[in-house]
Design a protein around this ligand. Structure first.
Ligand SMILES: [Zn+2]
Length: 256
């Protein structure tokens, strides 16, 4: 198991830039490329050279910086095969359950369609670190732009099945809005209430709320709690399928 340094920083408005670096091998990956100059500045600040770019999906706020970073560092750009025509400079395209190697760590690619049809996440299987792009957020999930609610449900199920102690890095800082929504679904959930207070404090002090981890998400993220009887009772939908509950929660968030 490698001991990675992970550096996270806000760029654009609410996007997260994330770098993962191995001190021993000198390899450094950026998860997505929301903002070339913000990522370049972070690399310089840490005295790192970019060797890999892991792209989660085709949206401009995740790909705008690829061109510049590829030209400057000659890094290997990896991204979803299903979106290869919409992402520039891809060297390696990957599909569901394919493994790539980063500094000796097996990185499992998981397709998570919903936000876009080709969206993928990167799971460092030995270290239990998930780079989730716009699939899951702290107490939230990505907006379903291209896929169906059923597809997003299946994608969230895949995330739910990862080890409990998985650290989760996400593409955006949406924590405060998500917390407000979560509490609207489960007003009596004390853990959500406590998290909300913590997020309010951090937001005021400009402190990142991410990363999160799966264990706390399972207890507080409404998009992972479709199978909880307490949630079903609140929604007055005790006897329908998990899928329908998930879809109902997604609809409520869209109108929140
Ligand atoms: Zn997106």
């Amino acid at each position: 198991m490698n001991n990675y340094d992970i550096f996270q920083f806000i760029c654009r408005e609410d996007n997260y830039g994330v770098l993962i670096a191995d001190n021993n091998t000198g390899l450094t990956a950026s998860i997505d490329a929301p903002d070339a100059s913000a990522i370049d500045n972070e690399l310089k600040k840490r005295d790192l050279k970019l060797t890999h770019l892991f792209i989660t999906h085709k949206h401009a706020d995740h790909t705008d910086g690829i061109d510049f970073l590829k030209k400057k560092y000659g890094c290997t750009v990896i991204g979803p095969d299903k979106e290869k025509n919409d992402i520039p400079c891809l060297d390696v395209t990957v599909i569901d359950e394919e493994y790539i190697d980063f500094s000796g760590s097996p990185v499992r690619v998981i397709e998570t369609p919903g936000h876009t049809l080709g969206h993928i996440v990167y799971f460092f299987e030995r270290e239990n670190i998930l780079f989730a792009g716009d699939t899951i957020f702290l107490m939230g999930c990505g907006r379903v732009f291209e896929g169906t609610h059923d597809q997003m449900f299946e994608s969230m199920k895949k995330i739910k099945s990862l080890p409990n102690d998985t650290s989760i890095y996400c593409g955006h800082e949406y924590s405060l809005q998500n917390a407000k929504f979560a509490i609207s679904i489960e007003p009596d959930n004390k853990l959500i209430e406590a998290r909300m207070k913590d997020i309010e404090r951090k937001t005021l002090q400009n402190i990142d709320c991410l990363p999160t981890n799966l264990e706390i998400e399972l207890k507080t993220n409404p998009f992972l709690r479709y199978d909880e009887m307490s949630v079903r009772k609140i929604l007055e939908m005790e006897k329908v399928s998990d899928k329908i509950i998930f879809s109902e929660i997604r609809k409520r968030k869209d109108n929140f």
